[in-house]
Write a protein that binds this ligand. Structure first.
Ligand SMILES: Cc1cc2nc3c(=O)[nH]c(=O)nc-3n(C[C@H](O)[C@H](O)[C@H](O)COP(=O)(O)OP(=O)(O)OC[C@H]3O[C@@H](n4cnc5c(N)ncnc54)[C@H](O)[C@@H]3O)c2cc1C
Length: 333
């Protein structure tokens, strides 16, 4: 059920089989599988998943290509709740390993916040990442286009940019490398440094060979209407026309609550084995937070894999006891 403040005390006394941090594509998928394995799960989600900003999900089998991320999340949440899973809107601040259980400290409510501790045997970290966006004085101007034709993911939206004039916005020379992969889709590429970093002569030579433009002046704003960006205006007032943009400015990882657990990472991504298990045997990581492809289909599949791994562990630990209990009830009846 969707938990409210009134339910908290009762739930705080319980030990869940699994707590899932994050109710995006990965977390909801894991929750659905766990509930269908007749395990108790709690999803804690602060909201505004990365998939929430996805205006159109073009590449997911079986869904119309104009499906919005928020539609996917709503269906996922309804499905999970219909299976009896618990869902709490809250922010996980810390996870403490107490040996055979985890204590998960949650801040509830932005104003007049309260704190609760929930307990579980297993933890799934499904809290994702969020993209850094180009900086202009009025950030509302960026939000107007981000996720529409100001893209953040080449794999998701390279197809949408085919043969278009695309601006690539980076935060260092390395992040601009994405332009060469974008070249698969379109040759009309302009790279923007936003006056934030220097570009080496070797990199300039490569741009010249590919006939890509380089703009090093700062941007004052994006121009366009109805969420369709048509170019950028520079600080000197000049306008560069574009049909789309690709932001490659890195991301913030939502993993602060795990900091005391010393999990193995590569860069900021959590490292997992084939079953999405981290270097801690009872912590699984799924979706964008773990090493791999940042895609909805991968996050959903990770959720299934992690939940199945946890079910297998619990089954081995408990044997067939749960099923025997149910059978004896049925026989007695
Ligand atoms: C604009 C845009 C377009 C995209 N287009 C596509 C596309 O077309 N196709 C595609 O496959 N992928 C696309 N993606 C990528 C896709 O959205 C992600 O790969 C996917 O959402 C990852 O799912 P996730 O469950 O790992 O993370 P998320 O969906 O980000 O969910 C993580 C959840 O955890 C919550 N959370 C974080 N920290 C905490 C905390 N401490 N406590 C509680 N909750 C927390 C977050 O608020 C969020 O709700 C797009 C992404 C963006 C931004």
């Amino acid at each position: 059920m969707q938990l409210s403040k009134q339910d908290l005390q009762e739930r705080a006394d319980k030990v869940y089989d699994t707590i899932i941090v994050g109710g995006g594509a990965g977390g909801l998928s894991a929750g659905i599988y766990l509930q269908r394995y007749l395990l108790d799960s709690l999803i804690i989600d602060k909201g505004k998943a990365r998939s929430f900003w996805m205006q159109e999900l073009h590449n997911y089998l079986g869904l119309p290509p104009d499906t919005q991320g928020r539609t996917l999340l709503k269906h996922g949440k309804d499905h999970y709740l219909s299976l009896g899973g618990d869902l709490l809107n809250g922010y996980v601040e810390e996870v403490v390993d107490k040996g055979d259980i985890f204590e998960v400290k949650v801040k509830i409510g932005r104003q007049n916040s309260t704190y609760s501790i929930f307990r579980a045997k297993y933890l799934i970290a499904a809290s994702g990442i969020i993209d850094n966006l180009p900086f202009v004085d009025d950030m509302q101007n960026v939000y107007e286009y981000a996720g529409y034709n100001l893209h953040v993911c080449l794999i998701c939206d390279g197809y949408e940019m085919a043969d278009k004039r695309v601006g690539v916005f980076g935060r260092n020379e390395r992040s601009l490398e994405v332009a060469f992969s974008l070249g698969w889709f379109t040759p009309y590429i302009t790279l923007f440094t936003q006056d934030m970093f220097e570009v080496s002569s070797q990199f300039r030579d490569r741009l010249w060979e590919h006939e890509y433009e380089l703009v090093e002046k700062p941007i004052s704003k994006f121009v366009g209407e109805n969420h369709q960006m048509t170019g950028v205006q520079l600080m000197d007032g000049s306008v560069i026309k574009l049909d789309a943009g690709l932001v490659s400015m890195g991301s913030q990882f939502h993993s602060g609550y795990l900091s005391r657990l010393n999990l193995q990472t590569q860069g900021e991504n959590l490292v997992t084995d084939f079953s999405c298990r981290t270097s801690h045997p009872r912590i699984f990581a799924i979706g964008d937070l773990k090493l791999g492809l940042n895609q909805v289909v991968v996050a959903a599949a990770d959720g299934a894999i992690a939940a199945t791994g946890i079910w297998r562990d619990i089954r081995r630990e408990r044997g067939v006891k749960r099923r025997l209990d149910v059978d004896s009830v049925v026989l007695a009846g």
